[in-house]
Design a protein around this ligand. Structure first.
Ligand code: DAH
Length: 430
């Protein structure tokens, strides 16, 4: 499980939150521009990596990136092939895809209400430096989200961004005062219908100058907080119609005060986004000491699952015509009609764990073998014997979104999973 701040995971629709930094988890559903800026904090080598990445994305419409730049057999690298294969897919840039449709609907809200003042970035390179991903947004040095268990490291100083907040500082330094950043983000995590190691976020950021808040008689922070809430309530109405909403106080390292917005949808309080008034330190470091700003981050899959009635997060990655053909550019209200649900098949696996065992590592190994055929991995038994040895039993649910799986196929998968778990995790099967 993604421990993150953990502050953990949005309560939303029971979808994993897009938030690394919230604490709650699983109480409910519970993510153009310049490839990188010259002022970016990436090293020259990283920039070369990014350039190659972006160039291949531009040239090939998406997927061909030099693999050994991103996946290397080296202890500082934990990016598996399955993750590499997602780089450059850019679901958020497909106008007929639910993620792209949702992005465009949010753009429409900001364009209409702020007369296109917000600069839009949706092609920023997902390979970023540790500094961009963590330091620039004041994530403490010992924060769990920095661990190899939670984040994909390309090398000790480069990660696959785990949130779009990674771009706040560079865009501020480039002089942007109103911006939206949409992109794919990457997190090592557990497996279920609402969790996938790649998902999409949109970040919003707005800077105010003293002549904006001074006439209001409010202090700068209250002024920004009030404006933020008004703006995001309007966005929620734009997406969901006339809904009931509530604000929850929370914590993020990069904002103070910090809030989450929840909306009442189909009899559940659904967490929609995290936001707050930007820490002054971030503005100060990036050339805006006399300003105040607000920021928000929202997970697009989570919202799209609710808005389009999509039951499993893996579907977003499906190339099946029966999925893809159901959505139309510009149409937010379309409800997905499942093309029959194929039966799941469950396989259990018990082993003695060791000190370095983590569930995220287990899930990575299972995904490496079974890919999107694995629907859920859940711990169903956990005990420690008198000798102090701890046993875990996991239930793996295999199910294809697209077809029935044969017994033989599942047995083969399970056999390979057992072998890989043994080899790679050094556990002892029971
Ligand atoms: N980056 C946060 C996350 O992934 C989401 C977020 C929260 C972004 C608050 C923001 C913000 O810009 O102000 O968990």
């Amino acid at each position: 499980m993604a421990t993150a701040f953990s502050l953990a995971h949005y309560t939303l629709f029971s979808l994993r939150t897009s938030s690394l930094f919230l604490h709650r988890r699983r109480n409910a559903f519970n993510h153009f521009s310049v490839p990188f800026s010259s002022s970016s904090s990436l090293s020259t080598t990283d920039k070369r990596k990014c350039r190659r990445l972006v160039v291949s994305i531009l040239e090939l419409g998406g997927v061909k990136i030099a693999k050994d730049d991103v996946v290397r057999d080296d202890p500082t690298n934990n990016v598996p092939d399955t993750i590499f294969s997602k780089l450059g897919m850019q679901l958020h840039r497909r106008n007929q895809h639910p993620i792209g449709i949702l992005k465009n609907a949010i753009y429409e809200y900001f364009d209409t209400n702020f007369s296109t003042k917000f600069d839009k970035f949706d092609e920023l390179c997902p390979l970023v430096s540790v500094k961009q991903n963590f330091d620039d947004v004041l994530v403490p040095a010992d924060h769990v989200s920095r661990s190899y268990n939670d984040t994909y490291y390309v090398d000790s100083q480069t990660v696959l961004r785990c949130h779009t907040s990674a771009h706040q500082a560079e865009l501020l330094r480039e002089g942007h005062t109103h911006f939206l950043v949409t992109g794919d983000v990457y997190r090592r995590d557990s497996i279920d219908s609402t969790h996938y190691p790649v998902f999409h976020q949109m970040e919003g950021f707005r800077v105010f100058s003293p002549d904006e808040w001074e006439p209001s008689g409010l202090d700068a922070t209250s002024y920004a907080a009030e404006d933020l809430k008004k703006c995001l309530e309007g966005l929620a109405r734009h997406l969901f119609g006339a809904v009931e909403m509530r604000w929850i106080d929370t914590y993020f390292p990069f904002t103070n005060p910090s809030f989450e917005l929840e909306i009442y949808f189909k009899e559940n309080w659904l967490e929609v986004l995290g936001c707050g008034v930007t820490e002054q330190e971030i503005l100060r470091r990036n050339g805006r000491p006399d300003n105040v700003a607000w920021a928000f981050g929202l997970g697009l899959e989570r919202l799209a699952m609710v808005l389009f009635d999509i039951p499993d997060i893996r579907l977003f990655w499906s190339n099946d015509e029966r999925f893809i053909s159901q959505f139309c550019s510009g149409q937010l209200g379309i409800k997905f009609k499942p093309f029959s649900k194929y039966p799941p098949c469950y396989k259990d696996m018990s082993f003695w764990i060791n000190e370095s065992f983590t569930e995220n590592n287990l899930c990575e190994v299972i995904r490496g073998v079974a890919g999107d055929l694995v629907e859920e991995v859940s711990l169903i038994d956990n005990f420690t014997n008198k000798k102090g040895m701890t046993s875990h039993c996991y239930r793996i649910a295999y199910r294809s979104m697209e077809r029935s799986l044969t017994d033989e196929e599942i047995n083969d998968l399970q056999w390979n999973v057992r072998e890989q778990v043994l080899n790679k995790l050094n556990v002892v099967l029971r």
